[in-house]
Design a protein. Structure first.
Length: 352
């Protein structure tokens, strides 16, 4: 007699993970809690061995549940990712009156995995994870530098008539500060000059960090088996963003699924009313990936490229500039998908 297949749902927390084992009908077999430590993960594995035919369902396996999901993959277990919205929907329709407790969340996660037709399997972290981490770090440094420059703008406006002007750099700010006479600075004016000098040093430090990170991203992209940098408007930074956010492209069956509102968000959504037929931009999906395609489209429109020809043709057909840009982003989404699929096939094809 074949063993009964069991789904083990996991509700991850920062210091512990609550687990619930259910059978194919959704009946709860057992609930347990394990600390988020090495010994806790080992205890979880020993606890789950009582069900030979088992698989794990982790809520938010790409976020808070990443440590436990990756640990289970290292043990050779099968793990799927359950979106938080799907688990919440199952909990809402249960007989527990939508109670929000860790055991109820673990049970809802397991039942969601039983009822769902298709769930994304969790895979081990690879080189795309490295690119995503480097890309996210660069976004953080750029945002921090922008905030620092804005604060520096405010101080220089108080110290110098007409301020510093646009495109402020650390060198330009230091040159302007040298014009502020130290002997004439008293009280608040002296403090503003000192704070501005501190911010200049912060900007220079961030510039060095960004330059070093740029070199690391370039080296990491060269190690990736991809032809994305051959596309116009895609260099190392956008390549790292695209590869890091997409990951395994085989999880998208078609280019339409890749461009859907649940991922890149480049496929327009119908917003017709009565006899008026129109479409609008989707705000859902991966906004980081959508922004990368937007930058790629803007770059192609600004130069003599096939993308610019396509954009102008859409404008000639009567579409507005925003509508034509959305059409180009949809076309570029297909091009990126085809490149990713071709690169993956090439990487998995043994050399002759």
């Amino acid at each position: 007699m074949d063993p009964v297949e069991v789904i083990i749902g996991i509700d991850p927390r920062k210091r512990s993970s609550t687990t619930a084992a259910v059978d194919g009908t959704g009946r709860v077999l057992q609930v347990a809690r394990f600390p988020a430590t090495r010994d806790g993960y080992r205890a979880l594995r020993l606890w789950a061995r009582r069900w030979p035919a088992r698989s794990f369902a982790v809520e938010g396996a790409s976020g808070l549940g990443r440590p436990v999901a990756q640990q289970l993959l290292g043990y050779g277990e099968t793990v799927v990712d359950v979106p938080a919205k799907l688990a919440a929907r199952v909990r809402l329709l249960s007989s527990g009156h939508n109670r929000k407790t860790d055991p109820d969340d673990a049970i809802a996660t397991a039942r969601a995995a039983v009822q769902a037709d298709v769930l994304q399997p969790v895979t081990a972290e690879d080189h795309s994870t490295v690119l995503r981490l480097l890309s996210e770090r660069r976004d953080q440094l750029v945002a921090q530098r922008t905030r620092t420059i804005n604060r520096l703008h405010v101080l220089l406006t108080d110290l110098i008539p007409a301020g510093s002007g646009p495109q402020l750099t650390a060198g330009r700010a230091a040159q302007l500060l040298r014009r502020v006479r130290t002997s004439a600075t008293t009280g608040a004016r002296r403090v503003r000059r000192e704070l501005a000098s501190d911010l200049v040093r912060d900007v220079r430090r961030l510039d060095r960090q960004l330059a070093d990170l740029q070199r690391r991203i370039t080296r990491a992209v060269k190690q990736a088996p991809t032809t994305l940098p051959e596309l116009f408007g895609v260099r190392s930074v956008l390549t790292a963003k695209l590869l890091g956010e997409v990951g395994d492209v085989s999880r998208f069956a078609t280019k339409a699924q890749f461009a859907s509102s649940s991922y890149t968000g480049t496929a327009p959504i119908e917003a017709s009313s009565g006899e008026v037929v129109r479409h609008r931009l989707s705000r859902a999906g991966n906004r980081q990936l959508n922004h990368a395609l937007h930058l790629m489209a803007i770059c192609q429109i600004s130069h003599d490229t096939a993308g610019r020809v396509y954009y102008q043709r859409k404008r000639a057909e009567g579409k507005s500039s925003k509508e034509a840009l959305r059409c180009l982003k949809r076309r570029l989404s297909d091009v990126v998908y085809q490149r990713l699929v071709a690169d993956q096939r090439r990487a998995h094809t043994p050399a002759a």
